[in-house]
Design a protein around this ligand. Structure first.
Ligand SMILES: [Zn+2]
Length: 65
């Protein structure tokens, strides 16, 4: 059984992924590099899921706040 903290973290991560995927769809699949001039953590390519860039974007924003 996972700890309460671990469960909470995975739930938050899942929610973040869901939000990122939703936003990705709203932005016609554009990554934050295009929309927010945000430097993607990795080079975007055919193998990169755009919503993953949004997750990094949100996490970076949360740290700065
Ligand atoms: Zn990107």
């Amino acid at each position: 059984m996972p700890t309460v903290a671990a469960t909470h973290d995975s739930t938050a991560t899942a929610a973040l992924e869901k939000a990122a995927k939703y936003l990705c769809t709203m932005r016609c699949g554009l990554c934050p590099h295009v929309v927010e001039k945000y430097p993607c953590p990795t080079d975007c390519g055919m193998d990169t899921q755009v919503w993953e860039c949004w997750v990094h974007f949100f996490r970076a924003r949360a740290k700065d706040a």
